[in-house]
Write a protein that binds this ligand. Structure first.
Ligand SMILES: [Mg+2]
Length: 371
């Protein structure tokens, strides 16, 4: 029985970015330890010290040349890479999370409509954006430049009119590239891509498709809708659409509050340090109030400053303990501002507290006596 053909609707009205850090964990480790750059670096527990167990989380580009990739058993990396080049390093998720927060701060300056996929990966809907920038290419350039300046790391970005194509584009651009897929070229762009590179085709579907003689986007585009649905159900229909450049899913903005921040634009620019301190104090007070009212606490302070010629810089510091007063937030903000390499006059200043947790029970002050 033939199924009813579901009409195809191409919505090309949106501008969606997919930002993906290049070999993220490995690049962070290389930044911290430049001597690792010469090595074939594998972020994983050394299997020789862990009963031959472990999985590769990330490999640097040197290691990838030997065919080592994420999700591969670490034992395999040991076999593929010559001993004198190979270096295993345990992952340092605390550090990766910190860098990831920095990147998200940059996304937030562009749009609130961003969806985190992983520590190093996000979708941004920039159809409307806070930069008031109609050119997607300029937004991409802005993000890439700021990430590089503020973290010393590179990313790749794809832009298109939907999430699927944006992701395919960032993959295509790697490393440190940008790609733009226009509606009129999407079908052609996808035709030459092997199906194992299609986002949404898992190992299972991949081998079933190979059994059917389907290896590329072009092969996939030739398959009837009812065959895709009969053989693969809902995902069959999704891939039927995707290989034609259709994906109408929304960028789902993150719900969980990860930071509390306040920023202020000044029509009359701030000309002296004293003026800036006064504003930092005011902003710290506002941030502390929101934190208290929402039963939240954080350990990291981020300050942001923008000059009258629109240079934006930010700097952050994470303390060992939770910031428990407005004064602590202010002192940290002031210290960060003093370290900031920026010329006065400023037209914008912001203070944010991040890495938030809810107040733990044991951290509430004990009230021994009734008032
Ligand atoms: Mg990545």
């Amino acid at each position: 029985m033939a199924l009813i053909e579901i009409p195809l609707v191409v919505d090309a009205s949106r501008k969606i970015l997919h930002v993906d850090m290049d070999a993220f964990y490995a690049s962070v480790e290389e930044r911290e330890h430049p001597e690792y750059k010469k090595k074939a670096l594998v972020i994983a527990h050394d299997p020789r010290k862990h009963n031959n167990h472990g999985v590769v989380t990330t490999a640097n580009y040197n290691a990838r040349k030997y065919g080592v990739n994420s999700a591969m058993p670490s034992q395999k990396a040991l076999e593929l890479i010559p001993k004198e080049e190979l270096l295993f390093t345990d992952p340092n998720f605390t550090l990766y999370r910190q860098v990831s927060d920095q990147i998200h701060d940059i996304f937030k300056d562009v749009t609130d409509k961003y969806q985190t996929v992983a520590l190093d990966e996000a979708y941004l809907d920039i159809t409307e954006n806070k930069l008031h920038e109609p050119s997607a290419l300029k937004v991409m350039q802005y993000i890439q430049t700021r990430i590089f300046k503020e973290t010393n790391l590179t990313c790749s970005i794809g832009v298109s009119y939907n999430k699927f194509l944006a992701k395919m584009g960032s993959e295509h651009a790697k490393p440190f590239g940008r790609s733009l897929i226009l509606p009129e070229f999407s079908v052609e762009f996808l035709a030459d891509i092997p199906i194992e590179k299609f986002n949404g085709i898992g190992k299972n579907m991949q081998s079933k498709l190979h059994d059917l003689g389907i290896y590329t986007g072009r092969d996939l585009q030739a398959i009837d809708q009812d065959i895709m649905i009969n053989d693969f159900g809902k995902w069959g229909f999704i891939m039927f659409q995707r290989c034609r450049g259709i994906d109408n899913s929304e960028v789902e903005a993150n719900q969980i509050r990860k930071s509390v921040g306040k920023e202020q634009t000044y029509n009359k620019p701030l000309m002296t340090k004293e003026e800036v301190y006064k504003q930092l104090n005011l902003l710290s007070q506002q941030v502390f109030e929101i934190l208290s009212n929402n039963n939240l606490q954080g350990k990291t302070v981020v300050i942001k400053a923008r000059t009258t010629d629109f240079q934006t810089v930010s700097k952050r510091k994470t303390l060992n303990n939770y910031l428990s007063s407005q004064l602590e937030i202010y002192n940290t903000a002031q210290e960060l501002f003093d370290e900031l390499d920026i010329e006065l006059e400023l037209r914008l200043v912001g203070v944010t507290v991040t890495t938030l947790d809810e107040f733990g029970f044991e951290e509430l002050p004990l009230k021994l006596f009734e008032d």
